[in-house]
Ligand binder design. Structure first.
Ligand code: ZN
Length: 633
């Protein structure tokens, strides 16, 4: 093993390091989450979830696929074509975790897995355990479904994570050889083709950022230029499934398989930033903005079609058929973060926050060893739990499932949580910006090299008061900007008790800060009704209730309360005395032979105060029915 040269872009533990943009991301060494909502989840992730992932990947043979026995054909390769990528994503998560908190045992585990992976690499750099060896299918014979470049993309990201959180470049060396092979095979004189599942694109750009190797960026550009020319075989759901229906530059909105489309969009933002292609950046930003405006759930979840895990048409967002895969949420955070760094637009941090509290936090069980794969917004019936059948779990109703045959979401969640502190704040030319509110300590330098320290303490999201104390400062003015979420009308900010002007999407405080200065941001956290665009027919006439960034839901553990007949009085504000309630009624409706008539049925009505809980808490006390969107009286 050699020790990597500690160049600027291999330190600091940042998942994304653009060479230009309005904002500069901060790394794991600059921002630490120290307590509260996310610290608890990070701790569980760092112990239970990473161990759980490793145990299952060993048990199912996904790690064993890299061993010589499988390589020589004396043992059977196990798992689907994309199982290699899960090992890579797990290593990425382990890497961010060791960057967050030193852990010699985990570090040794990464070294062990890296050696195993390196041993499976072919002479020419090719690396995939399901293709190209004796008794296996030929390399690149099935670009639509083989996931070879997809897996390579995750390896590239994992290697960059490892390099940026340690002095160990062993995995980076494996990744460079993979990337060199990909450039040979798919370069200008090579195969004129793309992978059925985008992911190599952001992987190549980040490897370019980490190594400075121009050909990786050029190869990413080639893959993006080739996408949309229908070189993949037609899918039964159309070429849109692979984002291969229309060239990237001509598309107006994200479509097809949601995770595919979002990973591609993340790579396109990266590419546009590194090549200085502002037209491409504006194009992909417009696609994402339109997707937010027309194809996104209240939770920030994306993808409403179960059939092909895909985006549907504009405003087709049925609550009871929401697919909203966990991975699509994480991929949307990847896109939003890249766009925010590039443009400085704080509204993308709103999107990230929405997804974090309502998709990512919902996905993981309290034990860190159980998961939702999909995120319905309306669970009508209790999920029957059949012994031994875990695959039916994790799609609603509860309980969360320990594993899936397609277990993409677990390691994705793990890498997001382990690197979460890097999304809390960023730096710009003039100072610092705080995007997410959590107990966190910041210690970084401004663009001009002055050192700055901040200590943020808050009960957020249960409490809207955020206190920030300056713990390090050097003379001279700089700007501290605090995001004002779009829902936070009436927010106030004080510095050392003095009220400050507040408007727009962030409070901008410019002054000569001194150690001990105290900033207090107060965000209004009373629960509020939210109404959908009338074009979302599936929930027309309904309201939802949100409190701060948290979407609430009505839940009936065991299904005792009939949520199907529930209607709420949207003229009476939600109450928030020791838990949120709304005024409403349920109705005992008569059974009818035909559910349509010139007038609706009338039954025995019971008025009641209906308790609401955070959506991310649902199905934690046993199988339950649930709804986010509440019809009104
Ligand atoms: Zn997934």
């Amino acid at each position: 093993m050699t020790v990597a040269a500690r160049t600027a872009d291999l330190t600091g533990g940042r998942p994304v390091v653009p060479s230009r943009g309005v904002l500069r991301p901060l790394g794991l060494s600059e921002v630490r989450i120290t307590g509260g909502f996310w610290a608890q989840r990070q701790a569980t992730n760092g112990r239970a979830t990473l161990d759980h992932g490793r145990e299952w990947m060993d048990k199912l043979g996904w790690t064993g696929n890299f061993t010589a026995e499988v390589g020589h054909g004396s043992a059977e390769r196990r798992g689907r074509e994309f199982s290699d990528s899960e090992v890579y994503k797990l290593i990425e998560a382990m890497s961010w975790e060791t960057g967050r908190q030193a852990d010699p045992a985990r570090d040794a585990e990464i070294t062990e897995l890296t050696a195993m992976i390196a041993s499976a690499q072919a002479e020419d750099g090719y690396l995939h355990t399901a293709f190209g060896r004796s008794g296996q299918r030929a390399r690149y014979g099935d670009l639509a479904w083989g996931h070879e470049l997809y897996c390579a993309g995750h390896l590239l990201q994992a290697s960059v994570a490892r390099a940026r959180t340690s002095g160990d470049d062993a995995l980076l060396n494996v990744a460079r050889r993979v990337a060199d092979h990909v450039c040979e095979e798919f370069g200008p004189a090579g195969r004129d083709a793309v992978c059925g599942h985008p992911e190599i694109e952001p992987g190549l750009v980040e490897l370019f950022r980490a190594t400075g190797e121009q050909r990786y960026l050029d190869q990413a550009a080639l893959f993006v230029a080739r996408r949309g020319r229908r070189t993949l075989p037609r899918h039964e759901f159309g070429w849109a499934y692979f984002s291969d229906d229309i060239p990237v530059r001509e598309a107006k909105v994200l479509r097809g398989h949601a995770v595919r489309a979002l990973y591609l969009a993340a790579g396109v933002v990266d590419l546009a930033v590194e090549t200085g292609d502002d037209e491409l950046l504006e194009t992909v930003a417009a696609q994402f903005d339109r997707t937010l405006a027309r194809r996104t759930y209240l939770t920030g979840g994306m993808g409403s079609r179960h059939l092909d895990e895909a985006f549907s048409d504009d405003f087709v967002l049925p609550a009871d058929r929401a697919y909203s895969e966990t991975c699509a949420g994480i991929a949307a955070i990847m896109v939003a973060w890249r766009l925010m760094l590039a443009t400085g637009q704080e509204r993308y941090a709103d999107v990230i926050e929405r997804i974090l509290y309502n998709v990512v936090a919902t996905a993981i069980g309290d034990d860190g060893r159980s998961f939702f794969y999909a995120h319905t917004l309306h669970q009508r019936s209790l999920t029957p739990v059949l012994p031994g059948d875990v695959e039916q779990l994790g799609f609603g109703g509860g309980p969360r499932a320990p594993w899936f045959e397609v277990s993409c979401c677990l390691a994705n969640t793990a890498r997001m949580l382990a690197s979460l502190s890097t999304y809390v704040a960023s730096a710009d030319d003039d100072g610092l910006r705080v995007h997410q509110y959590a107990d966190a300590d910041l210690d970084t330098t401004l663009a001009d090299g002055r050192r700055v320290g901040l200590r943020m303490r808050t009960g957020y999201p249960d409490d809207g008061t955020v206190g920030i104390e300056v713990t390090a400062a050097e003379p001279g003015p700089w700007t501290l900007a605090l995001r004002l979420p779009s829902w936070a009308a009436g927010a106030t900010v004080t510095v050392n008790g003095q009220p400050q002007p507040v408007s727009g999407d962030r409070a901008v405080l410019r002054r000569d800060f001194a150690v001990g200065d105290r900033i207090v941001l107060a965000l209004p956290m009373r629960p509020r009704f939210t109404r959908p665009d009338p074009r979302i027919d599936a929930v027309r006439g309904c309201v939802a209730v949100e409190q701060g960034p948290v979407v609430l839901c009505a839940e009936s553990v065991g299904g005792a309360l009939d949520l199907d007949s529930l209607r709420v009085d949207a003229g009476t504000d939600p109450a928030a005395d020791g838990g949120v309630t709304v005024r409403g009624l349920t109705e005992e409706l008569p059974e009818r032979q035909w559910p349509y008539a010139d007038a609706g049925p009338v039954g025995q009505r019971t008025t009641r105060d209906v308790p609401l809980v955070p959506y991310h808490r649902w199905a934690r006390s046993g199988p339950s029915t649930m709804r986010v969107w509440l019809p009104t009286t």
